[in-house]
Design a protein around this ligand. Structure first.
Ligand SMILES: C[S@@+](CC[C@H](N)C(=O)[O-])C[C@H]1O[C@@H](n2cnc3c(N)ncnc32)[C@H](O)[C@@H]1O
Length: 204
């Protein structure tokens, strides 16, 4: 059992809401295609649900079994299917698949696995496949102290920078890579001013 995340997801309601993340939604909506999508560290399934409803073939993974239970409930309520796997990414069946799009939305892995996960995820993209990433920037660290409701890891090394993204995603052509200040309004745990890295890339 993963205590921190399982306990969070055992709480009533959806920690980050049930609407898709805005950057994810806008990015996927502008892609002129449908196909296979993998959502990394997908939590309670808000992004997976949106994509499944607009006819993507959706795969997701997370370490929290409680997250999957919530995602399954969401999918059932809307009569869609999400292939959601729980556990250590390198041991999951989905690493034998290739995807048209891979999205990481506030997917902050611990430093021992962070770069390996990013590199392996990029390997799972089909040629010309698209990666969509939004996550807290290292400069968010100070915002978080002033406004803990904005959320984000307490470990600076788990946060992103333009340089760390470039370093991890070497064989990915950058379509967009920026650091922006945004106002988060996602459930109970992502509220208020935040600094994020937004990245869209294409597998070379
Ligand atoms: C801030 S939540 C974001 C959830 C979801 N992507 C969203 O935007 O609603 C971070 C998620 O990362 C997951 N996570 C943390 N470490 C992980 C790991 N090693 N493998 C898979 N998921 C992980 C947690 O269980 C949690 O669901």
């Amino acid at each position: 059992m993963n205590n921190f995340w399982d306990l969070r997801y055992k709480e009533e309601g959806y920690a980050y809401g049930t609407k898709p993340n805005e950057f994810f939604k806008n990015s996927i909506d502008t892609l002129n295609q449908k196909g296979t999508l993998l959502l990394a560290a997908e939590g309670e399934g808000r992004n997976a649900l949106y994509a499944a409803k607009i006819s993507w073939d959706v795969y997701a993974f997370d370490i929290s079994i409680e997250a999957k239970k919530k995602a399954d409930l969401l999918a059932k309520s809307e009569n869609v299917f999400i292939n959601y796997q729980v556990g250590d990414f390198f041991k999951l069946q989905l690493i034998n698949h290739k995807f048209d799009v891979i999205a990481l939305i506030f997917a902050h892995f611990t430093t021992d696995i962070l770069s390996d996960y990013h590199q392996k995820l990029a390997e799972l993209l089909k040629p010309n496949g698209i990666i969509i990433l939004e996550g807290f920037s290292k400069t968010h660290f100070e915002f978080q102290k002033e406004n803990p409701n904005a959320g984000g890891p307490k470990n600076l090394d788990m946060l992103f920078s333009i340089e760390s993204i470039k370093k991890d995603f070497l064989n990915v052509e950058i379509i967009k890579l920026e650091e922006v200040e945004i106002e988060l309004d996602e459930g109970k745990y992502h509220q208020g001013k935040a600094k994020v890295i937004r990245f869209i890339g294409r597998k070379i």
